[in-house]
Design a protein around this ligand. Sequence first.
Ligand code: AMP
Length: 218
Amino acid sequence: MKIIFLGPPGAGKGTYASRLTPILKLPHISSGNMVRDEIKAQTQLGNLMKKYSDKGKLGPDEIMIKILAKRLRKPDCKKGCILDGFPRTIKQAKALEKISKIDLVININVPDQIIITRLSNRLTCKKCGTIYNKLTLKPKKDNICDKCGGELYQREDDKPKVIQERLNVYRKKTEPLIEHYKKKNLLKDVSCNDLMIPPEVIVEKIKSIINSVQKSRS
Ligand code: AMP
C-alpha cells in the first residue's frame, strides 16, 4: 500500500509515520529527512537545499521529484511505503502519479496555534532524526535521544521567524493537494485539536482508517 501523509509542518506526519512503519512493515520515506541528510553530508545538493530549507521555502520541484523517484525505485518500496513531506506541490503530485499508484492520502488537520507551539518546542536528533517535544514528548535524558544516544537540537526552520513562512508556503503551495486528492477519492481526514493528545491516539485513528480502506478495496 502506498500512503501519503499530508498536512502542515508540525502536524505530526513524521511522528505518526515512524510509529506506523514497524506496524505496517512499510518504509517511512521522509523527504525532509532526506534533505537534512544531504545538508549534513554537505553534498552539492545539500548545500543548495540548505538555502531553501533554512528560510522555510520549498526546494525546486525538479530536484525533489528526482530524489524521490530514485528512492521509490529501491526494492524496499515494492510492497508500498509511507510518504511524509512529498508531494508538496501539484507538480510533484502529478509527477508522482506517473511513477507510482497511490492508494490512500491521510490528511492531518491541526489548528495553527497548536502547530506554532509544537514546532517551537520541537527537538530533533542530530544522528537519527527522531522527533521529541519539550512539552509533550520529552526524552528520558535532557537533550539526548532515547533511541541512539545522539544529541538533540532545534532545527533552523523550527525557529519562530521561519515557522510562519513555512505555514504560508504550506497554505499556498501544498494545501491545493487536498482538493486534488479529494477529487480522486483518495483523501481521508484525521484531526488533532489538542496539543496534549498522545501520538498513540492519532496512530490508532490512522490504523483504523487504513484497515477499513484495505477491507473496502479487497
Ligand atoms: P520537512 O522536514 O518535511 O518540513 O522538510 C524540510 C525542508 O526540506 C523543507 O522546508 C523544504 O525546504 C525541503 N523539502 C522537503 N520536502 C520537500 C518537497 N517535497 N518539496 C520541496 N522541498 C522539500
